[in-house]
Design a protein around this ligand. Structure first.
Ligand code: 5AD
Length: 345
């Protein structure tokens, strides 16, 4: 019944309090269990470079932030970490970096190929906007999935926050990825300055309309060395909104993979991601970047476990998942959505 997924209903869910809020969380948890099961997939993320040509107003590694010590990890170093992941029950590696179109794109293709040859891991890439040809090249190298948040569905707000880029460009990239048969993930920040609850509802509806395989959302957190340093999250007086958004997202997108993102732990230290797993999420993404680099990949303050090395982060993730009575997901943890492969009819 398509009418279940109206803007009115989303707004209603985003407005509940008290007992009705608890009921919303229970509902989201039931939808998650019925469609995704109790398995929680662990996908280790390697932040392999913090060099970025963009100047997004919210982001700690924006090009203009001179306080950041820039780094690029070597392919051998990345491959060595990927090689250990299987031992820690991880079946996907996520390669994330700032946006540096150009020469590095070819190197990334070679790295994807090497990882696919040396490990049985699924490879997710998250390095920003690129032309279709580049995505196609990475796909040919073996890239399985791609993460590219649209950040906000409000085109004017998007343009204000992303100098030189538009929401349309971003949505075109997502379409290109989908056309290549890449499992496609997107999502948004919750509570960007200027966001209204109407925009938040539209963000959730856009995720549904894009029919995404994965959806990552998390609270906006002002970073001291960015132009948004003096701002507050639009819901700073009502942090329940972060979870209302997550629960509503799950109810509107029953069979998408939804991670319990790190930003939830930054806002609710020690428990944010656990609560997210109980309110709709089914994926956990431990940070497996070596500490010496991780310190320089501060998209926002309050990022947890900056002084924990990869193995500790993954072990902690397994403990968290099992303490909730859930199981670590086995197998590659591909999209649950059934799709025709491109070219097939
Ligand atoms: N607060 C919260 N999330 C942020 N991101 C970047 N900067 C911030 C911030 N200040 C998120 C964006 C991006 C993802 C990698 O990190 O949504 O897509």
């Amino acid at each position: 019944m398509e009418d279940e997924y109206t803007r009115e209903r989303a707004l209603e869910m985003l407005g509940v309090t008290g007992g009705a809020l608890e009921e919303l969380y229970r509902h989201a948890d039931v939808v998650r269990k019925n469609h995704m099961g109790d398995d929680v997939y662990i996908r280790g993320i390697i932040e392999f470079s913090n060099i970025c040509v963009n100047d997004c107003l919210y982001c700690g590694i924006r090009a203009s932030n001179r306080k950041v010590g820039r780094y690029v990890m070597s392919p051998d170093e990345i491959l060595a970490i990927a090689g250990t992941m299987g031992r820690f029950r991880q079946t996907t590696v996520v390669l994330q970096s700032g946006e540096t179109p150009g020469m590095a794109d070819e190197k990334l293709g070679v790295l994807i190929r090497r990882i696919k040859e040396a490990t049985g891991l699924a490879v997710t890439v998250s390095v920003g906007n690129r032309p279709l040809e580049t995505y196609r090249y990475w796909r040919e190298c073996g890239m399985d999935r791609y993460l590219l948040r649209f950040e906000t569905s409000d085109a004017a707000l998007f343009a204000r926050l992303h100098p030189g880029s538009s929401l349309d460009d971003r949505l075109r990239c997502l379409e290109h990825l989908r056309s290549l048969g890449v499992q496609t993930g997107s999502g948004f920040m919750i509570g960007l300055p200027g966001e209204t609850v109407g925009v938040l509802a539209d963000n959730i509806l856009l995720c549904r309309r894009l029919d995404l395989d994965m959806i990552g959302i998390g609270p906006f957190i002002p970073h001291p060395d960015t132009p948004l340093c003096g701002t507050k999250n639009a819901y700073h007086n009502d942090p329940d909104m972060f979870f209302r958004a997550l629960a509503t997202l799950r109810i509107f997108n029953p069979d998408a993979h939804i991670p319990a993102t790190t930003a939830f732990d930054a806002v609710f230290p020690g428990e944010g991601r656990n609560l997210a797993l109980k309110r709709g999420a089914n994926v956990f993404m431990p940070n497996i970047t070596p500490v010496r680099y991780k310190k320089e990949y501060f998209l926002y303050p309050g990022k947890p476990s900056v002084d924990e090395e990869p193995e500790e982060c993954t072990t902690a993730a397994i403990v968290r998942i099992e303490s909730l009575g859930r199981r670590v997901g086995r197998g590659p943890g591909h999209s649950f959505k059934k799709r025709e492969q491109p070219g097939q009819k």
